[in-house]
Design a protein around this ligand. Structure first.
Ligand SMILES: Cc1cc2nc3c(=O)[nH]c(=O)nc-3n(C[C@H](O)[C@H](O)[C@H](O)COP(=O)(O)OP(=O)(O)OC[C@H]3O[C@@H](n4cnc5c(N)ncnc54)[C@H](O)[C@@H]3O)c2cc1C
Length: 451
């Protein structure tokens, strides 16, 4: 049965506590920092989408220059604190650490990054000075990682930024999407406030593009516009029974969990999660941590093709989630309007597709899972209606850009998930930096500022 309040407050606290705890004493951080080989061609820096100078910030920790270390990180990535908690480091910086080649544990780069950046946020260290106002004004749509990163980098250069955000809090999926055991709402709020403390950034909450304001209106009021509205809800399954009670969208499920509190989120006894990306893992593990008795992840290919990392899969498996490989949803059966069973088609692998992964091919065989909840997490859908309502060039709702952030409308730029269709926070941060650079160059040469 789907119900809320399954566990005690103490159990929720344990289940949703920090999955990667911070250092508890300075010596542990120093020991780890001193293991760094400070490689001259630092593969860790090369594999970071925001190019953080990892050897430099680690060296600064070894000399107790924590302010310098935080400055090094934030210069490349103003969401460096959040990224230290949510980045899939096993496939980025830590995955490329040379210690892996020596069969030794890589430097815990994320933990060290967290060490410096959390101190900076806790102490509200002002490490950057905003240039005097240039009088230029830029509107940003969306206060997620891409929008905040763009806003910070513009404001630093003396541009006055106004962000239009449809929710009542900033942070985007950091605040409303990513698993609660990776980042807490309190941390997200602190990180946003820290970014805004540079000054020159005003956020207008509960203001949605398409409903409360249009691109044309923003263009009329500002020197340039940057779009960073992310992607939307989970992709439809397009199978019979999808509208039965108990079939929910992963993003909405996680949004409720992040915004309403754990005890108020209803979860089933027997939950099936469709998909095996980061969203699916987060939905499955959090359903289990909310008290679901059985969680089965249904994925249409094999472990060799899965989109999540091994580390993420391990989290789900350690939480007791089951995996049903080579299976695709065929139909949700119900009684009295409620989902009761999920019929799945058994799949086999065919030829590689455009992504290079072998494609799933249907067989004639099916099997049935008993369920009371089905969570859809097989990719997200871009805000097609929003994009189609404008004259923005797009591919199935993903905003098309040239030179990293230039859209088809003069003076309108875009980046982050609304362009790439959904990647990681660190990619959105870099997109925001690229966007700020393009906007600065545009307003330096084009803007008349006669608003
Ligand atoms: C469930 C889930 C788990 C994830 N886990 C991880 C993880 O562990 N690690 C990781 O690195 N990445 C993770 N990601 C991906 C990561 O969250 C995104 O790549 C990143 O947040 C994208 O940033 P963005 O600014 O482009 O978009 P978003 O974070 O989506 O921000 C977009 C902002 O625009 C606002 N907005 C939307 N429409 C409008 C409108 N019409 N008008 C005004 N404002 C609007 C939104 O409210 C939001 O604040 C996860 C994603 C999901 C869905």
């Amino acid at each position: 049965m789907i119900k809320n309040n399954r566990l005690s407050e103490a159990e929720y606290k344990v289940n949703f506590s920090d999955i990667h705890p911070p250092y508890t004493n300075v010596n542990a951080a120093l020991v780890d920092a001193n293991r760094c080989l400070f490689c001259y061609d630092a593969p860790c820096t090369k594999s970071c989408p925001t190019s953080i100078d990892v050897p430099k910030f680690i060296k600064q920790i070894t000399t107790a220059n924590i302010k310098g270390s935080a400055h090094t990180i934030f210069s490349s990535n103003i969401l460096g604190a959040g990224c230290s908690k949510v980045c899939p480091v096993e496939k980025l910086c830590e995955g490329s650490c040379v210690y892996n080649l020596l069969d030794e544990a890589p430097i815990p780069i994320a933990q060290l990054q967290r060490y410096s950046t959390e101190k900076a946020i806790a102490g509200n260290w002002q490490l950057f000075t905003r240039k005097p106002s240039t009088g230029k004004k830029v509107a940003i749509v969306g206060a997620g990682p891409a929008g905040l990163s763009c806003a910070f980098n513009l404001s630093k250069e003396g541009v006055d930024v106004t962000i239009y955000e449809k929710e009542s809090k900033a942070g985007g999926l950091m605040t409303y999407g990513i698993a609660a055991y990776k980042v807490t709402p309190e941390f997200c709020e602190d990180e946003v406030n820290y970014i805004l403390s540079i000054g020159g950034i005003d956020i207008k909450y509960n203001m949605a593009l398409g409903t409360d304001i249009t691109i044309a209106e923003l263009q009329a009021q500002y020197d340039a516009v940057y779009l960073a509205f992310g992607v939307g809800l989970a992709r439809q399954l397009s199978v019979p029974g999808e509208n039965l009670t108990g079939v929910v969208d992963a993003i909405s499920f996680i949004y409720e969990l992040r915004s309403k509190g754990f005890s108020s989120v209803p979860v089933g006894d027997k939950v099936a999660v469709i998909g095996l990306g980061m969203t699916a893992i987060d939905a499955a593990t959090q359903a289990k941590r909310l008290g679901a008795k059985e969680v089965t992840i249904v994925y249409r290919r094999t472990q060799d093709e899965m989109p999540c990392t091994q580390v993420e899969l391990d989290i789900a498996m350690l939480d007791g989630c089951k995996l049903s490989w080579l299976a695709a949803p065929k139909e949700v059966l119900g009684a009295d309007g409620k989902a009761t069973h999920l019929v799945c088609t058994k799949m086999k692998l065919g030829e590689p597709d455009a992504s290079g992964r072998r494609s799933p091919v249907e067989t004639d065989e099916t099997f049935t899972l008993e369920v009371d909840m089905v969570i859809k997490a097989a990719g997200q859908m871009p805000f097609e209606a929003l994009v189609n309502g404008s004259s923005l060039n797009n591919k199935s709702g993903k905003v098309s850009v040239e030179d990293k952030s230039v859209t088809s409308i003069n003076g309108v730029f875009a980046g982050g998930d609304c362009v790439n269709g959904g990647r990681e926070v660190v990619d959105a941060v870099q997109a925001g930096k690229d966007g700020a650079k393009a906007v600065l160059s545009f307003i330096a040469t084009n803007a008349t500022n006669e608003h």
